[in-house]
Design a protein around this ligand. Structure first.
Ligand code: HEM
Ligand SMILES: CC(C)=CCC/C(C)=C/CC/C(C)=C/COP(=O)(O)OP(=O)(O)O
Length: 296
């Protein structure tokens, strides 16, 4: 086939999505108690980024048939013919192996095993099984995207903890509103590709109800750091204000029936979901840093 550029292989790693995944992993690593050398920490984050990228390449290898049918994904490196499927598979496997082994050597084998499991969960459990078989695909599969903060935590401590689980829970509950908002305005795409996403199986109204339910659970879960005592008022004020906006958008979506307006609101919620997760995790680490420095 030929003609593939470095940028095409880079695109296989889903860099934009992984940037936020890696950010949540970084916060997990920074919040974890214990010492980690800054260079080791940097290597650990790089390994999580490469592992995430590897799982993205494996997803694009497996999904190239449906990606070719959807307008949002038709121009990806494989469906557009710029990268061979086999090359994407090789890249995904090599990077998976390299990232897991390097993380194990640099930190500990529990964190490495957890990274391997996360890659497996996204590339195999979600992409090869759940995505094409159930409208609950992203609820269960979303766990893969929520594990990275726990992997970051494990890189420092060699284990899991309640605090790490809370970070997992926040990302886990955030994923359904994040994704279903997008699916609501891209329904046609998934329908055409035969992927059973909630809007094209259960309908728009049922999806809006589910988005609302998960948004309430999500905002409630963001109060857990304060309740459990590992964040203070700075974080909690940010969580309350940004959470209220999240709920307001989810309610607005629920109440908007008209098609064009509904799609606009769904797009707003999707875009907002990205800033929201970033801000919540940033507030957590800022609050933690301020407490550590004695400023708060
Ligand atoms: C199973 C879970 C998830 C599903 C099904 C999902 C789905 C999607 C989809 C379909 C897009 C549009 C991507 C594109 O057009 O290239 C997207 C965008 C995005 N997702 Fe997710 N997502 C999930 C979890 C996550 C997680 C856990 C994070 C980060 C913590 C995340 C961060 C992002 C970001 C940053 C974008 C914007 C990318 C851009 O600007 O192009 N997603 N997501
Ligand atoms: C560290 C590590 C291994 C992280 C994995 C993180 C993870 C599971 C992120 C979710 C990624 C994502 C873009 C899902 C999109 O669903 P899709 O693939 O159905 O979307 P598409 O239609 O855009 O391909």
């Amino acid at each position: 086939m030929g003609g593939a550029r470095v940028g095409d292989y880079f695109a296989l790693l889903k860099p934009k999505v992984m940037s936020l995944v890696v950010f949540t992993a970084l916060i997990g690593l920074l919040l974890a108690p214990g010492e980690i050398h800054p260079v080791v920490a940097a290597i650990a984050i790089l390994c999580i980024a490469l592992g995430g990228g590897a799982s993205g390449a494996l997803n694009m290898w497996y999904d190239s048939d449906i990606d070719a049918v959807m307008s949002r994904t038709a121009n990806r490196p494989i469906p557009s013919g710029r990268v061979e499927r086999d090359d994407a598979l090789t890249l995904g496997l090599v990077l998976s192996f390299f990232s897991v082994v390097t993380l194990g050597l640099a930190t500990n084998w529990f964190a490495a095993g957890f990274l391997a499991f996360t890659i497996f969960f996204y590339a195999v459990v979600y992409s090869m099984w759940l995505k094409r078989s159930t409208p609950q695909n992203i609820v269960i599969g979303g766990a893969a995207g929520a594990f990275p903060p726990m992997v970051g935590w494990a890189a420092v401590t060699g284990g899991v903890s309640l605090e790490g689980f809370v970070l997992f829970l926040i990302v886990f509950l955030w994923t359904p509103p994040h994704f279903w908002a997008l699916a609501l305005y891209k329904q046609g795409d998934y329908g055409a590709a035969g992927v059973p996403m909630l809007p094209n199986v259960a309908g728009e109204q049922a999806t809006k109800v589910q988005i609302l339910v998960y948004s309430v659970l999500l905002v409630a879960s963001t109060l857990a750091p304060q309740v459990l005592g590992f964040a203070g008022w700075l974080y909690t004020s940010v969580a309350v204000v940004t959470g209220a906006s999240f709920l307001w958008l989810a309610v607005k979506l629920y109440r908007t029936g008209a098609d064009t307006q509904m799609r606009r609101t769904a797009r707003q919620l999707f875009t907002y979901s990205l800033s929201y997760l970033f801000i919540i995790f940033l507030a957590l680490i800022t609050d933690y840093a301020m407490h550590s420095l004695g400023v708060l």
